[in-house]
Design a binder for this molecule. Structure first.
Ligand SMILES: Cc1ncc(COP(=O)(O)O)c(C=O)c1O
Length: 392
């Protein structure tokens, strides 16, 4: 079977690979605690399910919708974003997509010519690099020397004539780091000065802990907003990963282009999911807050314990998302593994605790641990890791 060079150049998603393996182990009856997952463990709030059911029962969900989503949902997104940031997008500036993942995928497709470059802060989410490659672009890793956050100097060192965009993901997957307003201001102005589009992936923005403040790139100043495309969705905030609703909001020309692509790619995001997302975005935020508090409680419980694990280096408490990203190189050495990849694989085989090796996020000495799991399992997992590291 001949396959394209394009697809052959792409690596499968490392996080999906781990989660497939853990599912297989579970299916065999093995006792697995899956801390590799990138999704809330909660089920979707009931009022959101009910909105989808109502749309199905009334027949509203039976038909194609506009490629970039129903007007009702764009209005709901615009009102929600305006409430959170003070920025008002017109409907023509919003495209609803099949998950934020497709918003990003489509964006790179419409933005990049072969050889065009995108600055990808490292550590960073697994799919950015591959999506850029799939669009014929070149991802340029910008390694954050401190706090998992890139600075203007680090970005500038990687800028070339071909740099088209920079991705800023805050709160960040995999570290939970949150960019401060001042840091975003410097990056936003630098991007503006060089005609580089900012892709602000705010998918975790509702998950901020312990009173930390949050600023989005779009709320710094109007010139930066006009040079930024906002990416977000319902997956993480509303426990709706399976519904696949995300969106892009930004310059009309870009959104138009994205709409053209979506029209030929998906036709439209699933209609029933769009009605569910209307209910999510127009809700009063109580459901989000309940889940946020649960994540905060887990973070506060688990962080000091993970910090104390032998060979785990985790100096800073994250402010957002639902991940910890310790350096575990010493833990691998303590257990006589030559790489963190081998350490993580052995941990899964021997103890049933699944982490994601940091290589997936561009930092091979680290591992990602998701705390989107109940507290008892988290405590059990930490105990198993401690035994594993301590006994080897
Ligand atoms: C940083 C980041 N951006 C975007 C996404 C995509 O989210 P979805 O496609 O579920 O909306 C994810 C999901 O894991 C993510 O971690």
């Amino acid at each position: 079977m001949h396959l394209s060079k394009r697809i052959n150049s792409v690596s499968p998603s490392a996080t999906l690979a781990i989660s497939t393996l853990t599912k297989q182990m579970k299916a065999k009856g093995q006792d697995v605690i899956d801390l590799s997952i990138g999704q809330p463990d909660f089920t979707t709030p009931q009022f959101i399910d009910a909105a989808a059911t109502a749309a199905i029962n009334s027949g509203q969900a039976s038909f194609y919708t506009p490629a970039t989503g129903i007007a009702e949902l764009k209005d709901a997104i615009a009102a929600h974003v305006a409430k959170q940031t003070g920025v008002t997008y017109a409907k023509s500036q919003i495209a609803v997509t099949t998950g934020a993942k497709l918003a990003l995928y489509g964006l790179f497709q419409v933005l990049l010519d072969p050889g065009d470059e995108v600055l990808v802060p490292t550590p960073g989410w697994v799919s950015y690099v591959e999506q850029i490659r799939l669009a014929g672009g070149v991802p340029r890793a910008v390694v954050a020397a401190a706090h998992f956050k890139v600075t203007v100097d680090e970005l500038e060192a990687q800028r070339t004539r071909k740099t088209r965009a920079v991705i800023i993901n805050s709160p960040q997957n995999p570290s939970g780091a949150v960019y401060a307003r001042q840091e975003l201001t410097l990056i936003g102005n630098w991007a503006l000065q060089h005609g580089i589009l900012v892709v602000a992936d705010d998918i975790y923005r509702d998950l901020i802990y312990n009173g930390a403040s949050y600023t989005s790139m779009i709320e710094i100043d109007p010139a930066i907003t006009a040079n930024t495309v906002l990416i977000s969705g319902v997956s993480k905030s509303y426990a709706m990963t399976g519904w696949r609703i995300g969106f892009a909001a930004g310059p009309e020309k870009l959104i138009d282009a994205l709409g053209k692509l979506l029209g030929h790619a998906t036709g439209n995001p699933t209609a029933a999911s769009q009605y569910a997302a209307v209910a999510a975005f127009t809700s009063d935020g109580t459901a989000v807050e309940t889940m946020r508090q649960a994540f905060e409680d887990r973070l506060n419980t688990i962080f000091p314990l993970v910090q104390k694990l032998p060979g785990f280096d985790l100096p800073e408490k994250p402010q957002g998302a639902f991940y910890l990203f310790p350096q575990v190189k010493r833990a691998a050495a303590l257990t006589h593994y030559t790489s963190v990849d081998d350490f993580v694989a052995a941990l899964l085989q021997e103890t049933g605790v699944a982490l994601v090796p940091g290589r997936a996020f561009g930092m091979p000495d680290y591992a990602r641990l998701s705390y989107a799991t109940d507290k008892a399992s988290l405590l059990d997992a930490v105990g198993r890791i401690e035994n594993f590291v301590g006994n080897n």
